[in-house]
Design a protein around this ligand. Structure first.
Ligand code: PLP
Length: 351
């Protein structure tokens, strides 16, 4: 049986959260002299002289409605990158514990593990970029505290099979983090629907992709109420700034516009998927459930430089094991995608 308290670091279990001025006073008042703010006002605009709600109550209520979860099951981070870092700090004892990830995958799991002095265990995804469950299970050690699964996976673009994730959730007594940064572009249900079944499940999402708010830095971790309350205890008190809270709340009223944008991006993705294989320099186009496509090309390093020369920046992933010869290309606007296709069609590979 999974018991959260068994894996939380002893110092985290023991510590108390910082109690902010706005935690200690909750009633109505007209004169606030409790937080050393500038009561004359702000040079940035109305309200910005005040600290933001440390618990992001309004935002969480609205997100809970949209996502079909309880507000208490939501943690908000300064990007999902902050949630990744806090998960390490919550359960991994520096210099003792380890995490397991499945490359080729999102690079921040490794960076954050290194920063927190958490040992890295890597099990390569299979050739079709799925999780080799048996191998993962064989690699689990008593010190393994977190398994990161990215679905749809970055940079490969595919969803990870549900049965594999279920098997790991059932067999592993640590946290299984399913990173769904690109879930809005996939035709599937989120793992948030299964939070009540698996107390060791953490689902990451972000407002940086489909919602188009990468510049505002707002990421989400969905988990049991118990786990979320620990993340809340260890986060910096005001990690989501006032501008982000206000603007995100406005954006969350525009679900229809989100749907339209996602539809357009998926449509553009499908057009790229059709056109790319016909180009002579393209070797293989991997299926994608995300807003990017992994493309194996002839002479990837030179194509990358050639595209830069044309003012087009893509991500060169050819140095990653499992992605040899591959570029990762984000889906752009119709015009951008046409410019990209035109440029690739004129590329002369050195054999
Ligand atoms: C799989 C994955 N997870 C998380 C993130 C980070 O997202 P955020 O902008 O919320 O920090 C990214 C960003 O590219 C990503 O690709």
């Amino acid at each position: 049986m999974f018991n959260l308290n068994d894996i939380i670091r002893p110092n985290v279990l023991k510590m108390k959260a910082y109690s902010s001025a706005r935690d200690e006073f909750k009633g109505a008042a007209s004169v606030f002299l409790d937080a050393n703010e500038n009561n004359l006002g702000s040079l940035a605009g109305e309200n910005y002289n005040r600290y933001p709600d440390p618990h992001q109550r309004k935002l969480k209520e609205r997100i809970a409605e949209i996502k079909g979860v309880q507000p208490e099951q939501i943690f908000l981070g300064n990007g999902s990158d902050e949630a990744i870092d806090l998960l390490f700090r919550m359960v991994c004892r520096p210099g003792q514990d380890s995490m397991l990830h499945l490359p080729p995958t999102y690079g921040m799991y490794e960076v954050s593990a290194n920063l927190n002095d958490v040992a890295l265990q890597a099990v390569q995804l299979t050739e079709d970029f799925q999780v080799p469950v048996e191998e993962v299970l064989l690699n689990i050690k008593p010190t393994t505290k977190i398994i990161f699964i990215c679905s749809p996976n970055n940079p490969t673009g595919n969803l990870i099979e549900q049965e594999s994730i279920t098997e790991l959730l059932t067999a592993f007594k640590g946290l299984v983090v399913v990173d769904e940064a690109y879930i809005d572009f996939a035709d599937t249900r989120s793992w948030t629907a299964r939070l009540n079944e698996f107390p060791n499940l953490v689902v990451l999402q972000t407002f940086s992709k489909a919602w188009g708010m990468a510049g505002l830095r707002l990421g989400l971790a969905f988990a049991s109420q118990e786990l979320v309350s620990v993340l809340d205890k260890i986060k910096p008190p005001y990690n989501i700034n006032e501008a982000t809270q206000e603007l995100a709340l406005q954006a969350l009223q525009r679900e229809e516009a989100l749907k339209d944008m996602v539809e357009e991006i998926v449509q553009e993705r499908e057009l790229l998927m059709e056109a790319l294989p016909d180009l002579p320099a393209v070797v293989h186009v991997y299926p994608s459930d995300a807003n990017f496509i992994l493309v194996k090309v002839k002479d990837a390093d030179n194509m990358y430089k050639y595209l830069l020369g044309k003012g087009i920046v893509v991500r060169n992933r050819s140095g990653l094991a499992g992605c040899e010869g591959c570029l990762r290309i984000s889906v752009g606007t119709l015009e951008e995608n046409q410019k990209l296709l035109q440029a690739i069609s004129e590329f002369k590979a050195q054999d």
